[in-house]
Design a protein around this ligand. Sequence first.
Ligand code: PAF
Length: 293
Amino acid sequence: MTATVVARSRDELAAARTQLRGRLAVVMTMGALHEGHAQLVRAARAQADAVVVTIFLNPLQFAAGEDLDRYPKTFETDLAICTREGVDLVFAPTPDVIYPNGEPDVRVAAGRLGDRLEGEHRPGHFDGVLTVVAKLLHLTAPDLAYFGEKDAQQLALISQMVRDLDFPVDVVAVPTVREEGGLALSSRNTYLTDSDRSAARSLNRALQAGVGAAAEGAAGTLAAAAAVLEAEPALSVDYLALVDDDTWEDAGAGTAKGRLLVAARVGTTRLIDNVSVTFAETGGRSTSAPDVG
Ligand code: PAF
């Protein structure tokens, strides 16, 4: 197993970057790596000649009162996972490396989609995400960038930024990885107590109920998912929404492929999840995109 090179500064990154040959893929993370991140790396390795993983807990995308301070920090384990998965280079800067002049005044504006759903509950969050993603794309200069479908709105916004601002990179989506019982893997799952975890499984159960009711159209899909969420008193739901997977407008009669999204708090933890819903009939049944796990 070849040891993964670690770069902490911009100079170290630039020097290590020049050693990497062929098509480069980047996987951006905030650390606390899990099997979902490993799947991103595996997808990247399958298509690229070299892989860089960034590990940076980006303060710009956390509002006051959110979980920046308690976000799990597991650098040694993260590095071991990167080495095991054959990652060539880890870029693990501190905030002063990424923001040498403090928090930037000029940021990427996430636009209308950035204010909806997650953006409505976390104002400014997506401006912070897109700003750091833009900077990390500039610094790592990859050909390919891999992001998980679990953060579907983030993935849509990054793809839109890349299109709208002409970043020379291909964005690749990787399916959500789930633990047994359906809970989507997330670094934040480490906050869950046993009873939180059992309540949290209702998120995926609700999404699957929505998929199962797709033959009844958008309203039936939402109603079926809502019924499962309402039956779990330990959940406090921020939103349940069904959007057109292409436009991200509310799904309606003309929607062939939708995305059913949910965000909820359980205990002190806020979780999000989503699933693709196909409304066009396939052999009399509606289907969802396959998740890994
Ligand atoms: O999805 C994440 O972990 C973060 O939002 C990202 C893309 C690494 C930006 O900080």
